[in-house]
Unconditional design. Sequence first.
Length: 227
Amino acid sequence: PPDHPARPEKPELLPPRDMPRRKPQSAAGKQALVHAVAHIELNAIDLAWDILARFGRYATEDLGLSEAFLDDWVRVGAEEARHCQMLLKRLTELGCGYGDFPAHDGLWEAAYSTRNDLLARLAVVPMNLEARGLDVNPAMAQKLEKNGDFETAQLLNIIYEDEIGHVEIGTRWFKEICIKLGQDPVTTFQEKLKIYFKGHLKPPFNTSARDMAGLNEPYYLPLAAKN
């Protein structure tokens, strides 16, 4: 028999608006929170490899990008896999497993809607959804620490540092492709989100982390929800 763990069971997928709230103060809330992040990281593995399989030849042959484009997404896929393994292990330590809670289908919706447009994929996934992770991750880690869960908080801190690099990779290649196509990156980013992303971007934004990733305020502030 194989010496690796069995493939996780598929959870029930719900629209993001129907997901129950997760409060880390309770044991069940902590389990649900870790499960939600594990689901995101599991999806992120497939999304990284989907960019390679779906857009790799187009990027390197049609657009003339260097093979560093391929190398970067291999790195992202490997790091997302490491994150997922850490979180699945943590779920076991917390007395549950992947599939024990519902999960949202937002990442799959984003993947499907951008399946024919590399710029849209980069705008929606690393430059928007993963950037949103940079906004909310530090507060989640602080809440976990406040409730005594330093182990999970440390995992979120590791993921946070890596995800800055993932947003940077997506932003850097988005800009390079726009330049090759003679398009303005800021305007193109906003146009792609208006077409492929539902709703406004939600402040507050982690501007320091976004700046480190090259995703500066002129890209996203005009699309932010007004209070």
